[in-house]
Each structure stands twice: as C-alpha cells, then as structure tokens.
Ligand binder design. Structure first.
Ligand code: GAP
Length: 503
C-alpha cells in the first residue's frame, strides 16, 4: 500500500518536473515565489491545451448538426448569479483552525472517535486522501498509547466534518495542531471572486468573475433561438475561463482557482426521456475521452446519490479518471431540468419558452449538461501519456500523446547540419508541412538524441532527410515515437499518411 502510494507520488512528481523542464506548465508568478491555485501554460502547454479545445469544438460543434457555439462575456450582470443561485448558494462549508489559521473544506476533513472497550477516549482527524483510513487508525493507536489505556481499540469509523454533531466540534483535533478546541463549526464560504465595475466602488458596482460558463449559455439561449434555426433537441456549447476561490487548490492543475471549462447545454422537451438523453451524453463523453487518448480502463462512472445533488440537478453522473493521486471527477454530466431557464424567466421577466414546431407546443425546455474542465482533462492526458521504457538498453521517458492533441505533430531533422544540401531539402519539406501542421525543426546533436527529445515532448513522428533523400530516390525516413520503427517513404506517402492520421 505504502509502496504503491510512493510510486504514485513519484509519478506525479516526475510529471510536474517534466512539465516545467519542457515548458508545458509553470507556477503562476513564479519569480515572486508563485501564487497558489494559478498556473501558466508554456510553449508546449499552450499547444496541448489548444489542441484539446480544438478537438472538443470540432467534435461537439462542427461535426454535429444540432449544436451551436457561443462565446459570452466573463463578467455579466450580477442578477444572473442571483437567479442561478450562486450568490446565495455557491458555497462550500469551511472550517477554520483558530490557532494555526488554516482553513479546510468541511467535507474533506474527516474525524473518528477513538473507542476503547466501548468507551470514547478521544478523537482523531485526517484530511481526505487515499490512505486516510490507515492514518486515522495509526493516530487512534497513538491516542490510546499516550493515555495508557488498556483494552481493545475499536476500528475507527470516519465521517466528514459536515456530519459532526455540534457537541463534537470542541473535541475534534485540528489537523494542523493535532490538539482539540481550535476548530470552528462549518461556515458557508462563497466561492465566487468579487470585483467592481465602473467608477463607483459602492455595492451597486459589485460584480463577479463567472464560476461556470453555463450561465452565459442560459442568458443567451433566447438570442440563439431567435437568431438561429435551432429546433428541439439542440445544444449550445462554449469554451471559456471560469474562476473559483477554491479553499484547497491542489494536485497541480487538478483543482485551481482560474481554469477553463468546455460546457454544453443540451435542450430537450419537458416530456422527453431525460434519463436516456443523460445516458447518451455519458457515452458520448466517454467515447470522446478515449478518442483523445485516455485508456478506457482508466475511466469510471460515479453516480451522485440523490441527497448529494447540487441545487439545480435531478441526476448527475461524473466520468472519473484514475489520476496518480486517486480516482477523481473528470467530467460532470448533470440533468438540470428547467431550473436555470425558469429562474432567469422569473428574475428577468423575459419568456424563456420555445415553440416546438413538431409537437405544436410552447414550453421552457429541460437541459442535460456535460461540463468538462480543460485543465483537468489536460492533466489526465498528461498522466496517461507519461511512459518510461527502455530502448536498446537505455531508459527513456516519453509522452504517448494521441496525435490529435500532441503539441507538435512531426519533427523534421536533416541528418547533418553542416551539409547544405540536406538542410536545404529538409527546410523545403519543413515549410511544406508547416502549412498544415505544427512542425518542429531540429538540427542540433546526434540523431538519436534528437529522437529522444521529441519522444519526451510527445511528438508522434520524426522525419529524417539523409543522403539517400538527395542523391537517390527522394525518400525520407519516417520514425514512429512509440515503436521507434523506421521506414522509408516518399514525400507524397508522408503527406497522405499524416492527413490520414490527423483527421
Ligand atoms: N456548470 C456545471 C459545473 O460547473 P462543476 O462540477 O462544478 O459543474 C464541472 O464543474 C467541471 O469543471 C468539473 O468536472 C471539472 O472538470 C471542472 N472543474 C470544476 N472546478 C474546477 C477547478 N477548481 N479546477 C479545475 N477544474 C475544475
């Protein structure tokens, strides 16, 4: 168990280090010591991110007849967030430690009574993670030893702090100090970032950075209906930044304070079978994740129990992914009923009804919402792609990115940099390929080292121009990243191959 955990931590550390070394992801404001919960994407990271967004947009919007795109503003009328319930309800219950000044999410702080011979002799607390059961059991044994109590220690039973009885708040030790008496009761903490709009700085100027892109879609639903040719069922998709003042940003870019979402609201008739629409979208999303390179066996489904559903949801299933730090939510697919549109209808006084030609009926449609974090799926793709293997007795680390999302699609390498005929021929091919793909040019170092550099940043193919290319038949060497196999192909065959692979 401890060994598996150590290897998972090592894998995560290796990925974080590679991201920095090769220019995928940097800590925000690094020169000032970093800024917790914010990240910057370097030259390779921005390509990877853009490719993920492009793949989603192509499949979700361009390749479907029933979905339209949208790009709404980040800051919108504060009334939108009142109507949506975010001003009143978008909060996590938080616990403060009055001594250490640490703040915890109540649903991530777990506690258990320490019971010996049927009597409670104290409490232990742990923060949520894979090994919290074992950690809590060890802490309970320590409490028993310290108190010198003889007898049988009952197995610990962990509950989260939201389930604590008020009489237990004073008895549960703070995870920071290990002493009881400093934890506050859970208090609601709104996750929206506030800002001021305009010259006045009173309460009338208060506005919010959007915590989800979805409300921009609901607020524009009527515009799309009135200006487009949509008919039920149809969807509106949007990619954009979202901001949440997360209390515990963690696991690298898994949970950050500024992130991007790819969301789609799929509008259906109120009497449509929402459960099958939900299932269809879960399957679509899973297939899409596999199509960008996530292994199916690393994906799972987490059906939210009725009592834990968000305020707007009638049913939510998360597609989960096995991250190195555990199986976690990747893509939430929620059935929001007609909650949002009805709220906006009420708060704005504008009708949100649509006339359904086929059914000859007017109604406020219901909605199924697949919502995916760009940064989170990027982290899943990075962790799934990260591979260590051995080639000819030499170890190598490589990123097995699906060609569709790989930052560079191909590298062009003249065999020798001091032979103008090779460099010139390679340069011509490089410019030809550049018109269609993001191509890497590299002349420095031995060819084997250049291949390794491309493996490490996940470039699926390398093409080498050698003397046979210029003196004989014009063929080039095409090398595959994963198998390291090489074959000679003509330039026409190379172009046809790339077109075929990079659909
Ligand atoms: N509109 C619904 C909505 O926003 P959510 O479950 O809060 O639902 C949807 O978020 C998705 O957005 C998550 O499944 C995750 O992929 C991503 N996400 C949410 N909070 C995030 C954060 N703090 N950092 C990175 N991604 C986040």
């Amino acid at each position: 168990m401890a060994k598996a955990q150590a290897s998972q931590n090592a894998q995560m550390d290796a990925i974080v280090a590679l991201c920095k070394r090769r220019g995928f992801i940097f800590q925000s404001s690094e020169i000032y010591g970093g800024y917790n919960g914010f990240f910057d994407f370097g030259p390779l990271g921005v390509e990877l991110k853009q490719n993920i967004k492009d793949a989603w947009w192509q499949d979700m919007v361009h390749r479907r007849d029933d979905i339209e795109g949208l790009d709404s503003s980040i800051i919108m009328s504060p009334k939108i967030w009142e109507a949506s319930g975010h001003v009143g309800g978008f909060s996590d219950p938080m616990v403060d430690c009055k001594v250490s000044k640490m703040r915890y999410r109540a649903d991530q702080l777990f506690f258990s009574p320490v019971v010996v011979n049927g009597e409670i002799i104290g409490y232990v607390s742990v923060l949520e993670d894979e090994n919290m059961e074992a950690a809590a059991q060890a802490a309970a044994e320590k409490v028993k030893r310290k108190q010198g109590v003889q007898g049988e220690l009952a197995p610990i039973e962990l509950k989260d702090y939201t389930e604590a009885d008020p009489s237990q708040y004073e008895l549960i030790p703070s995870p920071a100090t290990r002493e009881p008496g400093s934890l506050t009761p859970p208090r609601d903490f709104n996750l929206m970032f506030e800002t001021k709009v305009g010259a006045l700085s009173d309460s009338t100027a208060l506005a919010y950075l959007r915590p989800e892109t979805a409300q921009g879609i609901f607020a524009n639903y009527k515009n799309v209906v009135d200006t487009g040719r949509v008919k039920i069922p149809f969807g509106i998709a949007q990619i954009g930044k979202a901001f949440r003042n997360e209390i515990t940003p963690r696991n690298f870019i898994f949970r950050s304070r500024e992130f991007e979402q790819m969301e789609m609201e799929y509008f259906i008739a109120p009497d449509a079978d929402w459960k099958s629409a939900h299932r269809e979208w879960i399957d679509w999303c899973k297939n899409w994740l596999v199509s960008v390179g996530l292994p199916e066996e690393m994906l799972g489904e987490d059906v939210h129990p009725q009592e834990k559903l968000s305020h707007y949801s009638r049913g939510t299933t998360d597609i989960t992914f096995r991250f190195p730090f555990g199986e976690q939510e990747l893509w939430g697919i929620a059935c929001r009923g007609n909650f949002d549109l009805t709220q906006h209808q009420e708060y704005s006084g504008k009708s949100m009804e649509i006339f359904d030609e086929a059914a000859k009926a007017k109604y406020v449609p219901h909605v199924v919402e697949p919502s995916l974090g760009v940064d989170r799926v990027l982290l899943a793709i990075l962790t799934a792609a990260y591979t260590e293997d051995e080639i000819g007795g030499e170890s190598r680390s490589l990123m097995k990115f699906h060609p569709r999302v790989a930052p560079y699609k191909i590298a062009v390498l003249p065999l020798l940099k001091n032979k103008p005929e090779l460099v010139c021929r390679a340069r011509t091919l490089y410019h030809k390929l550049q018109r269609k793909f993001n191509v890497f040019w590299d002349t420095s170092g031995a060819i084997g080292r250049r291949y390794r550099r491309m493996d490490e940043i996940g470039t699926p193919w390398c093409v080498t121009i050698d003397f046979d290319t210029v003196e004989k038949d014009g063929t080039v060497t095409l090398r595959d990243r994963d198998t390291t196999e090489q074959k000679r192909v003509t330039e026409e065959e190379l172009l046809a191959f790339l077109d075929d692979q990079l659909f």
